[in-house]
Design a protein around this ligand. Structure first.
Ligand SMILES: CCCCCCCC(=O)SCCNC(=O)CCNC(=O)[C@H](O)C(C)(C)COP(=O)(O)OP(=O)(O)OC[C@H]1O[C@@H](n2cnc3c(N)ncnc32)[C@H](O)[C@@H]1OP(=O)(O)O
Length: 204
């Protein structure tokens, strides 16, 4: 059920969003084997639209680990990313935040998929802008990871253009094998460099 508020008589009833931190969620410590702050986090899949090198008109997000359970990322808005003339498409801005929030799994050392993502668009983002994203884990409850982030215009301290909150779910590697097409699995078998597994992960 989406969150929001409505009136019952004179009383405003507030329903929490599904990305609000639920009671019992906790911020876990940074794992000892999490990449050090400043480490460039590898693209998990070279054909990923958001972070892959081989996605010709993709976002080519560059992601760096930060202190704690946080990271920062950048991507340049090109003419291939337009919605309205000269302005970034909102769905692509959500995509960039989805990737940045999902990449927090590098720090929690888990594989995360998006369950829910909410984006607020505060300012238009012109072609040529370098969007500076930051993302952090807000709390974890069981397999659920609650995260938030924002994108700023042209500098880490620039004006906030987009904000997002997300609920991510930890999944085993089988999730990807089960749901992928046979030809994609075959391509990875033939060229394991298409994906970047962490040291404890195996896909086959
Ligand atoms: C480095 C990598 C970066 C990657 C970044 C990119 C991220 C992405 O875009 S991933 C692609 C988009 N997302 C997807 O394809 C996911 C599709 N959905 C699914 O596969 C499943 O619904 C999945 C895995 C999320 C959950 O299914 P399943 O494993 O059966 O678990 P399930 O029991 O339903 O949910 C687990 C918990 O999360 C909660 N949950 C799941 N989805 C939601 C949701 N939308 N809203 C609220 N809660 C949710 C459940 O209520 C449950 O809670 P609890 O533990 O208290 O019972």
């Amino acid at each position: 059920m989406p969150g929001g508020s409505h009136r019952v008589g004179t009383v405003r009833v507030v329903t929490p969003l599904r990305t609000d931190l639920p009671p019992g969620a906790q911020l876990p410590p940074r794992p000892a084997n999490a990449p050090a702050p400043g480490t460039v986090l590898p693209s998990h899949y070279v054909r990923c639209f958001a972070c892959g090198d081989q996605s010709a008109h993709g976002l080519h997000l560059r992601v760096d680990a930060d202190a704690g359970l946080a990271l920062c990322a950048t991507f340049e808005v090109t003419e291939h990313h337009q919605g309205a003339p000269g302005l970034a498409h909102g769905g692509l801005l959500s995509c960039a935040l989805d990737e940045a929030l999902g990449a927090l799994g590098h720090l929690t050392r888990t594989s995360l998929v998006t369950g829910r993502l909410e984006t607020d668009f505060l300012r238009p983002v012109p072609v040529g802008t370098v969007l500076h994203l930051s993302a952090r884990v807000e709390g974890v409850l069981g397999r659920r990871v609650y995260a938030s982030g924002e994108g700023r215009l042209n500098s880490p301290t620039g004006r906030v253009a987009v904000r997002a909150r997300g609920l991510f779910v930890e999944v085993p590697m089988e999730h990807f094998v089960t749901h992928a097409r046979a030809e994609d699995i075959q391509a990875i078998e033939q060229d394991p460099d298409l994906i970047r597994l962490r040291e404890h992960q195996t896909i086959f």
